[in-house]
Design a protein around this ligand. Structure first.
Ligand SMILES: [Zn+2]
Length: 388
């Protein structure tokens, strides 16, 4: 059976439905974790097309799962996204991610109907822009036991291993003891002093960070009145690193700086994440090379410009062999989240290019379903490179 033929004719056959889906999502922009209409629309789309659908996935109201299975083969995952940006709508092009993942799910579903063994799992994940969607879905087991996961992000170049870097943030809360700053300062324990020492400590550290890593933040609270020794002060920091493993080294070093500042001033310190950590995407090299070969077979080459961003796809990539390439939907060179990009993502050409990418993505995942040695090699590579 020529499953590649089934895949490409499926994408062609469903093109009008998929364009309608893309247009609908674009016309109903909903921001992170508030994608009620969109997730309901997409869940219904798969229900009507013979997929088993689970809504309210892992307790997330706007997350869902659509699956189709034949026999006992391997399982591949499509990471569908559909959230928009506040004020600027689908300027990150997630309506195209929704359409290309939907097209891929239908096409692989048709291959399963034609006798291919395996399972296709589409995870509809909300809140990519805030990083609130995939971390709890990963923790809840939504991506467990998948042999590979993929999705394509629209962009102005074809880049197969874009640098999606780790990002996360923590609040450091120092507690001291209040006292009158004029009459009895020696009775106080100064939490603002702890913050000053902490700020200086991690600032010194910044000079020796590896290239591309960042620590930045703001003081959220530095006391209540100038004549009271501050007893309750908080600083909020974000961390970034292109190296998923090194990211955790940075967090560890900064926490030690906080502990040291607390000890030096006699304060206590507590720290916790104020936003989920989005791991840098650990691209599976073997999977990326297969996608490159499948794109080349369709006449498309990598156009190779630099890219740096963050995405919660990283959290999937550290547990499942993952590829998350950028797909060129326009020749206009512009950044994501801009009005220029917004003007480029709703054309017929952008949609058509996305569908070609979707065929290449399906053919890549087809190899995972058909070729046991290939699938095993993806897992071996992941085990060798896991950051934690
Ligand atoms: Zn995006």
């Amino acid at each position: 059976m020529d499953y590649k033929e089934i895949i490409s004719s499926s994408i062609n056959k469903n093109a009008a439905d998929l364009k309608a889906l893309s247009d609908w999502v674009f016309a109903h922009p909903e921001t992170s974790m508030l994608e009620k209409e969109t997730s309901a629309y997409l869940a219904e789309f798969f229900k009507q097309r013979g997929f088993e659908v689970e809504t309210n996935l892992c307790g997330l109201e706007t997350a869902f799962k659509a699956t189709k299975k034949n026999g006992n083969g391997r399982r591949v995952c499509l990471m569908q996204e559909y959230d928009a940006l506040p004020g600027i709508g689908h300027a990150c092009g997630h309506h195209l991610i929704a359409a290309s993942c939907a097209g891929a799910a239908l096409a692989l579903g048709d291959a399963l109907d034609a006798g291919l063994e395996g399972e296709v799992v589409l995870i509809g994940s909300p809140g990519e822009e805030t990083g609130d969607g995939k971390p709890p879905l990963v923790d809840g087991g939504a991506y467990d036991n998948c042999d590979a996961a993929m999705s394509l992000h629209p962009y102005c170049n074809n880049i197969y291993k874009p640098q999606w870097i780790s990002i996360g943030g923590m609040d450091f809360h120092f507690t001291g003891r209040a006292a009158h700053a004029g009459s009895s300062p020696s009775d106080g324990v100064n939490a603002l002093d702890a913050i000053v020492l902490f700020y200086n400590a991690f600032s010194v550290l910044r000079q020796q960070l590896k290239d591309g890593s960042r620590i930045h933040g703001i003081i959220l609270g530095g006391g209540t009145a100038a004549n009271i020794i501050p007893d309750d002060c908080t600083i909020r920091l974000e961390f970034r690193s292109p190296d998923a493993k090194y990211y955790y080294d940075i967090v560890d070093k900064v926490c030690k700086c906080a502990d040291a500042a607390a000890m030096a001033t006699g304060c206590t310190v507590e720290y916790h994440e104020f936003e989920p950590t989005c791991c840098g995407v650990l691209h599976n090299d073997i999977l990326a090379k297969e996608y490159a070969a499948q794109m080349a077979a369709l006449g498309i080459q990598e156009s190779g410009a630099e890219f740096l961003g963050s995405t919660d796809v990283g959290n999937v990539s550290v547990m499942t062999p993952t590829s998350h390439p950028l797909l060129q939907v326009t020749d206009l060179q512009c950044g994501l989240h801009t009005t220029e990009f917004l003007g480029e993502v709703q054309t017929q050409e952008a949609f058509d290019r996305m569908m070609v990418g979707s065929v290449a993505m399906c053919n890549t995942l087809l190899r995972v379903l058909e070729d046991a040695d290939f699938a095993a090699s993806l897992k071996e590579e992941l085990e060798a490179n896991k950051p934690m």
